[in-house]
Write a protein that binds this ligand. Structure first.
Ligand SMILES: Cc1cc2nc3c(=O)[nH]c(=O)nc-3n(C[C@H](O)[C@H](O)[C@H](O)COP(=O)(O)O)c2cc1C
Length: 288
């Protein structure tokens, strides 16, 4: 008989999900912006064998201040702090494809994945509502199909960026004085409807390679997402043999035996010297 496993995710919210949670005698009305509050919850969830922590998010001020504590710490920032206070629980941040750019967001998730030792997860949302749209120079939210078309291309670019470093791009050969192999860097050189992204990611390949990513609509929506998300559901490390849990820490230490990057058939090759001029050959320094 196959043993089935139950996966547990802690959806942490504010001082609690109930709007009056802050009024309980034992509640701290400032807890939603206190790191210590989240550290306690994260450690409790980890001790209770939860697979992951989840933070919802939207780039707008939710709720009215008279009623309950408002405002929230930015999820990737908070999860990066929690990564240092926990050991193996998965850390899932909600982030919008409508109000972010793929390069910046792919960099942040890769950084969280490295800092947490391979525990980053992304709840991909397109952010519904006019309130958020008005914070980004739009009068109304983009049409539903438009948001999801952008999301599909956003993820496509993010995947190209995470795959822009091959697993063995870094050789760290002190004796030979060679730190890395430029032929193993693959700039996306992406030109699409919504995004144009030339160069490789400025973060080395992370432990998961591709931080675990799940379209929020599969959690909360009616149907799956089109494009590169379709049929994939989750991008992340294959479960190690005998273990379930997409967001568990890889059993190998960082730097050894990580998931292989996907083959770069026909992909652009990074040329030495590309790094600072995006391949335009201007010699102008455009990156750190
Ligand atoms: C439990 C749950 C949590 C959600 N969290 C978020 C969130 O943090 N941010 C967000 O923009 N949308 C969130 N959503 C909304 C979904 O991503 C999705 O946009 C919604 O279900 C409507 O689907 P639609 O985008 O097709 O209109 C959540 C939905 C559910 C059910």
């Amino acid at each position: 008989m196959t043993r089935r496993r139950l996966h547990l995710n802690a959806f942490l919210m504010n001082t609690g999900h109930h709007e009056a949670s802050w009024r309980l005698p034992e509640s701290d009305p400032y807890a939603h912006v206190e790191l210590g509050h989240y550290v306690r919850l994260a450690r409790t969830a980890e001790r209770g064998t939860f697979d992951s922590l989840f933070l919802a998010d939207g780039p707008q001020l939710w709720s009215n201040l008279a009623q309950r504590p408002a405002g929230a710490l930015e999820p990737l920032t908070l999860l990066t702090a929690l990564a240092t206070a926990t050991e193996h629980i998965g850390l899932i941040a909600t982030a919008s494809t409508s109000y972010n750019s793929p390069y910046n967001l792919a960099r942040k998730f890769a950084s969280l994945d490295i800092i947490s030792g391979g525990r980053a997860g992304w709840n991909i949302v397109t952010t519904a509502g006019a309130e958020a749209a008005r914070n980004f120079g739009l009068a109304a939210e983009p049409a539903h199909a438009e948001r999801y078309a952008r999301a599909a291309e956003f993820l496509d670019v993010a995947l190209k960026l995470w795959d822009s470093w091959e697993d063995d791009a870094v050789v760290a050969d002190k004796a030979a004085g060679v730190w890395g192999d430029d032929t193993k860097i693959h700039p996306p050189r992406h030109r699409g409807k919504y995004f144009s992204v030339e160069g490789a990611l400025n973060v080395p390949r992370s432990p998961q390679g591709v931080p675990a990513a799940r379209p929020g609509r599969l959690l909360g929506g009616r149907q799956g997402v089109r494009g590169p998300l379709r049929g994939s559901g989750v991008h992340g490390p294959a479960d190690p043999p005998g273990r379930a849990g997409l967001l568990r820490r890889p059993q190998v230490p960082y730097g050894g035996g990580r998931p292989r990057s996907r083959p770069h058939q026909g992909a652009a090759r990074h040329r030495p010297g590309d790094r600072f001029d995006g391949g335009r050959g201007t010699g102008e320094r455009t990156g750190p």
